[in-house]
Design a protein around this ligand. Structure first.
Ligand SMILES: Cc1cc2nc3c(=O)[nH]c(=O)nc-3n(C[C@H](O)[C@H](O)[C@H](O)COP(=O)(O)OP(=O)(O)OC[C@H]3O[C@@H](n4cnc5c(N)ncnc54)[C@H](O)[C@@H]3O)c2cc1C
Length: 434
């Protein structure tokens, strides 16, 4: 229902300027000219809605998940790029130049006024660069934070350039009503960027946290715990995540998303289970207790709160345990009567975290490179293992929650669907949306 609402809201937002332009109208033109304008209008409104999709709006990402929202953001950016690239070529054959006596409002000609065209040309060059840089980000040797800054500034520049081009060169955009519509839409898009980078940090400044412990869980995994400093903390659901900034000013953009591995019922302290990966996560061991931290959250839809299914299946690969541990802890602390089973896969035995806390009755451990003395499951979390752990009745009645490597989640999801688990009973979180 939520998904349907979001899809409708998206379609309305991107087609609104197109519909209004058609309503504003003008002298009839050839089809290819209308198509050219239409694609340009659609590309611009899609670019503007991209700001909202990536703007950390809980109404969007908490409904469908951040990974789904970001994937949609990526696909729509590429679609908008195709529309934008086609837009000028479709005008071919259209008279161009200055004002004609028979066309005083320039409705039937396209302008060659350089100032109106130059902003369009600049946006035309910048948009593919922005999209290609995002696609090739992981291959390029610069920091994630640098890319993020470039992406934000580039997007802002494109929005402003397109606004100028649309209002001064567009036959529809130059109509006063449409100029105001575009100005308002650009304002909302830029506003969402300012919310994330200015308003949220400002609010965070008034709600600092302090690191209370940093514990090495396994050779490359850590537990970081923070407590609210002078406020009541975060109102979250087990399984959600937050952006964590440790030791940097709130405006620094040095923040990373991590699932909350503690349970709300345990009190205001919040724990994260963090695997070493890049420049921030490799320095976790150096964090001193008492360091100031800032949190932005909670986000995400990986929650089993209030669900009616009689059982909860948790399927974790490596550090994907983090949100599922939060769910398991919350169920234990609240004496949740639902049944629970956890499948927890790792490569080697040293990577298993929280073994002393996890109840062996609840957990099926899986190792892909087990030691000779290992008596548990071996190999990967695959269809055969899932079939060994869950009964036919559990497939059809339980809710399945999973987090781990993309390949594991794809295999498990496909198999659950094959076994008849409806998609609304399969919840997942991806740590990587590349
Ligand atoms: C919703 C969500 C929940 C997550 N939960 C956990 C968790 O519980 N435990 C855990 O160990 N990891 C988790 N991750 C992954 C974690 O965010 C990255 O491993 C971490 O940000 C890497 O930062 P780095 O500076 O060490 O590495 P970098 O080398 O800077 O980044 C490595 C990769 O991590 C991702 N990344 C880095 N910074 C950000 C950012 N600010 N926003 C989004 N992605 C970023 C990018 O894909 C990047 O290519 C989660 C990710 C997401 C999206």
């Amino acid at each position: 229902m939520k998904l349907l609402f979001l899809i409708v809201a998206y379609l309305v937002a991107i087609t609104l300027p197109l519909i209004l332009s058609a309503w504003v109208g003008g002298p009839p033109r050839q089809f290819h000219q209308e198509l050219a304008s239409g694609l340009g209008i659609l590309a611009f409104s899609m670019v503007l809605v991209e700001f909202i999709l990536s703007g950390r709006f809980k109404a969007i990402s908490n409904g469908v998940g951040l990974d789904v929202t970001m994937r949609f953001h990526q696909i729509m950016a590429r679609t908008a790029l195709v529309f934008a690239l086609l837009h000028p070529f479709l005008y071919q054959g259209t008279p161009s130049g200055g004002q004609r006596p028979w066309d005083p409002t320039r409705e039937l000609t396209i302008t060659t006024d350089f100032s109106a065209l130059s902003t369009g040309i600049a946006a035309y060059l910048l948009l593919p660069s922005l999209v290609l840089l995002a696609i090739g980000r992981t291959q390029l040797d610069f920091k994630y934070e640098t890319w993020r800054l470039l992406h934000g500034v580039g997007a802002l520049l494109i929005a402003v350039l397109l606004l100028h081009h649309t209002v001064y060169a567009g036959r529809y955009g130059s109509q006063p009503v449409m100029s105001w519509v575009w100005l308002a839409m650009t304002g909302v898009a830029v506003g969402s960027l300012l919310t994330v980078y200015l308003l949220v940090p400002l609010l965070q400044k008034a709600r600092p946290w302090r690191v209370t412990s940093v514990v090495r869980l396994t050779p490359k995994q850590w537990e970081v715990t923070v407590e609210p400093d002078g406020h009541r903390g975060l109102d979250y659901k087990a399984g959600q995540f937050a952006w964590l900034n440790v030791g940097h000013p709130p405006f620094s953009m040095k923040e990373n998303p991590f699932s909350i591995s503690s349970a709300p019922a345990a009190g205001p302290e919040i724990s994260f289970m963090i695997k070493e990966l890049g420049d921030f996560t490799r320095t976790i061991g150096q964090i001193k207790t008492g360091t100031v931290a800032y949190l932005d959250g909670p986000y995400g839809n990986l929650s089993v709160d209030g669900r009616a299914e009689p059982g909860v299946a948790l399927i974790a690969g490596g550090v994907g345990l983090a949100p599922l541990l939060g769910i398991l802890r919350q169920m234990r602390l609240t004496d949740d009567s639902r049944k629970v089973k956890l499948i927890y896969g790792n490569r080697v035995i040293d990577q298993i975290a929280y073994r002393e806390e996890l109840d062996p009755e609840d957990v099926v451990y899986v190792l892909s490179e087990p030691p000779e003395t290992w008596h548990g499951e071996t190999g990967f979390i695959d269809a055969a293992l899932i079939d060994r752990v869950f009964s036919e009745q559990e497939f059809s009645e339980w809710v399945f929650v999973m987090c781990g490597p993309a390949i594991m989640m794809d295999v498990v999801e496909d198999h659950l669907i094959k076994r008849g688990t409806p998609s609304h009973r399969i919840l997942s979180e991806r740590f990587n949306y590349d």
